[in-house]
Write a protein that binds this ligand. Structure first.
Ligand code: SF4
Ligand code: SF4
Length: 269
């Protein structure tokens, strides 16, 4: 394992960002693995360094979900888009990890939907590795009421993948102001009423089993997944392109700081 000085770290970071952008990635962020311990939003057995003790940095990459396609959900159109983004993310993460290998670093990626089959999620709706949490630690966005990563650029309409490496790379700053405006559109529009807003105004409690069961039904109808709670979220610059109502940066009410809305209240995949 190499341990570069800060100039080399910065050069490597810029190189990786450029490469990811060339491969079609919209958002990129870097987190040092110590953040998993520092914030403790996942159980220790799910820390990257618990699985791969040599891990030092997690590079998170995101691609947008096109709003007009998502708005057709549940549909085969959105289903194809979902599959396309998964393929693209996994392939890109493979290429980035491969590139890091050629520079002499250990690297690999944690794939997208890594649960085998929806029936597994119905039995145990838990993610082995949360790209949402990784995205938060990497400064890409904040966790919303709907347990997704809310970004300034695309609201929650982002899919992500993570590359794990022993390269020491300067981490990006965590976004402290909550991008979720607490409008409850996600809660109101969930077709199976999976969310129960908590009394404290924190991230909603989520019945992941209900959500997974609905997804199992949609899979049988070839129009999986749902994603309604991301389609209706008013946050995101992407909405402007399509003339949809949006919450601009100025209009965002910082109703809660992220620190006060966590405390293990949310669970994400
Ligand atoms: S994905 Fe669909 S079913 Fe699941 S929580 Fe969101 S809106 Fe509800
Ligand atoms: S729909 Fe509203 S409450 Fe839900 S995540 Fe988006 S901003 Fe937050």
């Amino acid at each position: 394992m190499k341990d570069p000085d800060s100039k080399e770290r910065s050069a490597l970071k810029q190189k990786l960002k450029r490469e990811a952008a060339k491969l079609g990635i919209n958002l990129t962020g870097f987190a040092n693995v110590e953040r998993w311990e520092e914030y403790g939003y996942t159980a220790p057995e799910f820390y990257p360094q618990s699985i791969w003790p040599w891990a030092r940095t997690v590079m998170v990459m995101g691609v947008q979900i096109f709003l007009p396609m998502l708005e057709t959900t549940p549909s085969v159109v959105y289903s194809e888009l979902y599959n396309t983004t998964n393929r693209m993310l996994d392939e890109t993460a493979y290429k980035i990890a491969n590139l890091l290998n050629t520079f002499g670093y250990r690297a690999h990626f944690f794939p997208r939907d890594c649960y085998g089959d929806i029936s597994v999620l119905v039995k145990k709706p838990e993610a082995a590795f949360s790209h949402v949490i990784a995205g938060y630690y990497a400064g890409i966005g904040t966790i919303g009421m709907n347990h997704t990563l809310i970004t300034k650029e695309y609201g929650p309409r982002v899919r992500m993948v993570s590359v794990i490496t022993d390269a020491v790379i300067t981490p990006d700053r965590i976004i402290k102001s909550n991008l979720c405006v607490g409008c409850m559109q996600c809660v109101k529009n969930c077709p199976v009423k999976a969310f129960t807003p908590s009394k404290e105004g924190l991230a909603a409690d989520m019945d992941k089993h209900k959500c997974a069961l609905y997804h199992q039904q949609l899979k049988g109808e070839f129009r999986y997944p749902c994603g309604k709670c991301t389609a209706v979220c008013p946050v995101g610059e992407d909405r402007k392109i399509y003339g949809r109502s949006s919450v601009t940066e100025d209009g965002i009410r910082h109703v809660r700081s992220f620190g006060s809305m966590t405390g293990g209240q949310f669970s994400v995949s």
